[in-house]
Design a protein around this ligand. Sequence first.
Ligand code: C5P
Length: 319
Amino acid sequence: MAFLNKRTFRRKVLLLLLYITGISTAWNLSMSFGFYLQNIECGCGKRLEQDHPWFMQRFQKNITPLLTSNYTLSQEAFNWWKKVQGEKRDIMFFKQTTQKIFELFPAFPPVPEPGLDGCRTCAVVGNSGTLKRSHYGKLIDHHTSVIRINYGKTKGFEQDVGRRTTHRVMYPESSSGLDNSTHLVLFPFRIKDLEWLVGAFTTDIDMKSSKSNKKMSAANKNLVMVLNPAFMKYVHQSWLQGKGYYPSTGFMTVILALHICDEVSVFGFGADSDGNWSHYWEVLRNKNLKTGAHPGSVEYDIILELDKRGKLDFYRGFL
Ligand code: C5P
């Protein structure tokens, strides 16, 4: 009996061990299989985790890309931003204006939604003439978010630039009407731009630009996002290493996408052979525009480098 008990006991221990080993093996297998599947499906976030010194010297994971109601802008960042377009008012006025912003718009801006596979894929579509005859339209529309900039049109250009627009980056001078499902992403260069935003969605503020005010009547205030001025400074200093007067709207959008999306594809960036930032929807008349206050070729080279290092996919189009 004692022998049987001993044998039964040993068998039970063995079974228990087998059971534990089985569970842990199954666990490990399922974990690695799940991880494998996740990586096959979209590789979300994978690209940013890899530790290339070139990238890590530039990319600041903890920066706040979009203004939130509980964010406090530093005096240092405000001083940098003030100089960009000669802002005369002080940081207190900035704070009061942002308070008004968050009485009207989401306290925490809605970031891009993931697709069915849990991955937020973003297409950033610049306005370069290189998009002409590119046939990128379907590819662009395939992303979960399609971010367009300023006047980037779709009507009549669908084959090359796609149909969908989930986000429209703008500032007052480049604003256009939006439908109810498109995110307005304001890049504010002055306090006046923040005041414009409030005025564009309300009627109680006297707007100089009443045309823009009317145009925003269909837009959805719950989808509004405002770029953090400190993010502009970060792009200028960390990414452009202070080159140019300040970064272009398009380049800031590319870096913003790296922060708020899992996978980024970039389309429609690159000057024409004269070094001008021509657009895909028009023939450039003034051949001397170049890239203005922005270091166009530096920005372009960084996009190429990011592509080379696998941080984004750059689709060059055709010149
Ligand atoms: O011309 P616009 O400023 O509306 O274009 C949006 C962005 O697209 C620019 O800020 C720039 O970054 C990019 N662009 C470009 N090459 C062009 C035209 C625009 O890289 N030929």
